[in-house]
Design a protein around this ligand. Structure first.
Ligand SMILES: Nc1ncnc2c1ncn2[C@@H]1O[C@H](COP(=O)(O)OP(=O)(O)OP(=O)(O)O)[C@@H](O)[C@H]1O
Ligand SMILES: [Mg+2]
Length: 354
């Protein structure tokens, strides 16, 4: 995956900024620095940064407090500004493809191609049919530039821009490997967005973003109990220091989890109905809302598929000098995107480089 040192992974989520710096030694990755800083509600709405200075200041403070000297970073973007298509093209060489890709993209992307950054990955070559399958990715340049600009304001250099769904897949591959014979759904449930990526026979076959996630549960508790956002969030996360969660809140959590699970289920059903695949063998949950046990249970019940926690620490060690291991482990599933971005290297020849 490229050469040079690892970039610092910077995941700017709706609820919090997460950063992770990795170092590879003897084929294993080690977490050498990490950081987590909550963002005030309404800082990011529908994937748009409403309060740029809060984001910039939070980033500056995180890098300073965590003593991260490196400025070269990889950032992640959601799908609203990104279009992903699986396309089939005639067999050609890498050089031919690099030349042809813009033309190919024009056939599939419903926007002015000059305004888009284009990237692709070869999924499968089928010489017998004279064809190859590509994953085509196009992102709106100005949205990517705005976002990269924000990160530059924090005195960072965004070298790579990645898409969250694929970042999670890279991290999964680094930890578990991608099975050649089964179909997996990687589901990241954050605060505002749920990212879904279905991997069949080792390649991504379907991605979707649902603009609903953990915040919905908090909001439902707040509305039903007439309490503050902070109180509702504490109930959702187990009650805070008192660990007391009123019966009514528990009821709302169950209901809201079932609603979210229903939305996830609709996407899984859509995939099954359109892909010709008959089964999803396993779901791996990540993101902060993976810690919401009733949600995992609701997904398992609805989908009738085993749901497992995505543990990014299987093949990962930590530098104990700077990383408090129990603390990091306790929120590892929430760090998956930052960790996946931290896998990216300095010298990657990607057209996405910002
Ligand atoms: N122990 C817990 N139990 C339940 N929910 C939790 C727990 N810890 C965190 N969460 C929830 O996880 C969400 C934050 O997760 P995450 O950091 O993955 O989201 P984000 O990246 O900030 O948001 P998004 O990806 O939607 O932009 C919040 O809704 C938070 O309430
Ligand atoms: Mg997120």
């Amino acid at each position: 995956m490229g050469e040079g040192k690892n970039l610092v992974g910077v995941d700017i989520g709706a609820s919090a900024i997460k950063v992770a710096q990795l170092k590879e030694s003897r084929k294993r990755f080690q977490v050498v620095r990490w950081g987590f800083a909550p963002l005030p509600p309404q800082t990011i709405i529908d994937g748009h940064v409403m309060n740029a200075s809060v984001v910039t200041e939070t980033l500056l403070k995180l890098f300073h407090d965590q003593k991260i000297a490196q400025r070269d970073v990889a950032i992640g973007v959601y799908g609203q500004s990104v279009i992903v298509r699986k396309i089939t093209v005639p067999m050609m060489t890498q050089a031919e493809l690099d030349e042809q890709i813009t033309w190919e993209a024009e056939q599939h992307i419903p926007f002015d191609i000059k305004l888009m950054s284009i990237d692709y990955e070869v999924l499968r070559k089928r010489p017998e049919a004279g064809q190859m399958d590509l994953l085509l990715v196009a992102a709106k340049k100005d949205e990517i530039n705005d976002y990269a600009g924000l990160v530059r304001e924090a005195k960072l250099r965004p070298i790579v821009v990645d898409i969250n769904a694929f970042t999670i897949q890279n991290m999964f591959e680094a930890q578990y490997g991608l099975p050649a014979d089964s179909t997996l759904a990687l589901i990241n449930v954050g605060a505002a967005v749920t990212t879904l990526n279905i991997i069949a026979k080792g390649v991504s076959s379907f991605t979707r973003e649902i603009t609903n996630a953990g915040d919905f549960v908090t909001e439902e508790i707040r509305k039903s109990l007439g309490c503050s956002y902070e109180q509702a969030e504490a109930y959702k996360c187990g009650g805070g220091p008192t660990q007391i969660v009123p019966q009514e809140a528990q009821q709302v959590i169950l209901q809201a989890s079932a609603t979210l699970a229903g939305e996830i289920q609709r996407s899984l059903d859509f995939y099954l109905a359109t892909s010709g695949e008959s089964e999803i063998h396993r779901v791996y949950l990540s993101g902060g809302s993976a810690y919401l046990t009733p949600l995992a249970q609701a997904v398992e019940k609805r989908a009738r598929v085993p749901v497992q926690f995505f543990d990014p620490m299987i093949n990962l060690t930590v530098d104990n000098k700077y990383v408090n291991e129990p603390q990091f482990r306790a929120m590892a599933a929430q760090m998956v995107v930052a960790l996946g971005l931290g896998l990216r290297r300095e010298k990657e020849q990607r057209q996405w480089s910002a």
